[in-house]
Design a protein around this ligand. Structure first.
Ligand SMILES: Cc1ncc(COP(=O)(O)O)c(C=O)c1O
Length: 357
């Protein structure tokens, strides 16, 4: 059965996007591809607020997250870890053979500017990674405040995953001074998975150019050279890039401000609904994600059973991630979703569990 997705990615994909995926194929060394590539990267620069290059990688996000480590971590990396994906990024850093420390926060809490300052002031690190929106716990860390701290450490590479937040709110990459910002497209961009977008500051490109063992597939220097020709080092996922082209048109038609406000409203709508039913939010409200709500299972409901019942009714529901599975549940509210979509989910939940009506 086709299920309507309320999981935090992939999320529902609009029929216009699916139609764009069926655009007849072109060759990636043809001028038609360069036109498409140039238009898409120009649109992305507006959405993410950068005048620097924007690269398109055919990969899931972790490919580029690993690439960032290989290209940008020299002596030692500070991996700020506050959930499953940031924990994994530390693991990936070590697996790449780099020296690294995990600076850990309790799950459900954010990375704080104070902790970033304390770690970097030791002078031990030439790079740091953090996840803006920890999808496993629904926590959005205070990126502008952390970016302010990072200005004190111009030699430290500022590497940020915005996989589940980019395009749902304003994340002005240049203004924040992010050296490499990485995001997939199957979350707030509401595209099918397989394409990852990343940026590189001048400082990042300079660091990469001198880095041994940065490999080929995610070599920032190769991406920068190909970008000059509106192209990619190897064959890109052209159908996905056609989908991004169409989605950017739809985003600009909606208006970025309107899109950001819609995400804010959807988040409030979900928070109010769960709280009115006696559930607590997993993070403190001021750190709650704008794209998904992670809820403490404070009423002790059988989430596996609810997930099964919702599945039978045609809804994909998430009963928590990793070590907090069963203790929390997550509702996604990102991409092209509307309040009416969420009300459909709420109606299904209350039909199955009338005590939550
Ligand atoms: C914040 C965050 N980072 C990284 C990833 C990994 O992305 P991918 O599965 O596309 O490699 C995810 C996946 O959900 C995520 O939510």
């Amino acid at each position: 059965m086709q299920k309507k997705l309320f999981i935090p990615g992939p999320v529902p994909v609009h029929p216009d996007i699916l139609a764009a995926m069926a655009t007849p194929m072109i060759g990636h060394r043809m001028k038609e591809y360069a036109e498409l590539h140039g238009r898409v990267t120009a649109g992305l620069k507006k959405v993410i607020g950068t005048a620097g290059p924007v690269f398109l990688a055919t990969s899931s996000a972790f490919g580029v997250m690993e690439g960032a480590i290989r290209n940008l971590v020299g002596t030692r990396c500070a991996n700020f870890c506050n959930g499953a994906f940031s924990d994994k990024w530390h693991d990936v850093t070590r697996r790449c053979g780099k020296e690294a420390d995990a600076i850990r926060f309790e799950w459900g809490t954010p990375v704080t500017p104070e902790a970033v300052d304390a770690a970097l002031s030791t002078g031990r690190y030439d790079s740091m990674t953090m996840i803006h929106n920890e999808t496993s716990t629904g926590v959005m860390s205070p990126l502008p405040e952390i970016a302010d701290v990072m200005k004190k450490y111009p030699d430290v590479m500022f590497i940020v995953d915005t996989v589940s937040s980019m395009s749902a709110l304003d994340i002005p990459v240049d203004q924040l001074g992010i050296d490499s910002c990485i995001f997939g497209v199957q979350k707030a961009f509401a595209l099918p998975p397989g394409l990852t977008v990343f940026t590189a500051s001048e400082k990042a490109l300079k660091r990469a150019a001198g880095m041994e063992g940065r490999g080929y597939y995610f070599d920032y220097v190769e991406f920068a050279a190909n970008d000059q020709k509106d192209n990619t080092p190897s064959t890109p996922c052209i159908s996905q890039i056609c989908a991004m082209d169409r989605q950017l048109e739809r985003m600009f038609a909606e208006g970025l401000d309107v899109r950001w406000a819609r995400h804010r409203e959807l988040a409030s709508h979900v928070r109010e609904w769960v709280r009115a039913r006696g559930f607590e939010l997993f993070p403190e409200e001021r750190y709650c994600s704008r794209t998904l709500t992670c809820v403490r299972n404070s009423r002790g409901i059988d989430l596996a059973w609810l997930k099964k019942k919702l599945g039978e009714a045609g809804f994909a529901f998430d009963d928590g991630y990793g070590k907090i599975k069963g203790q929390t549940f997550r509702i996604a509210h990102m991409g092209d979703m509307t309040g009416a979509d969420l009300d459909g989910l709420f109606m299904a939940i209350t039909t199955i569990m009338p005590e939550l009506a």
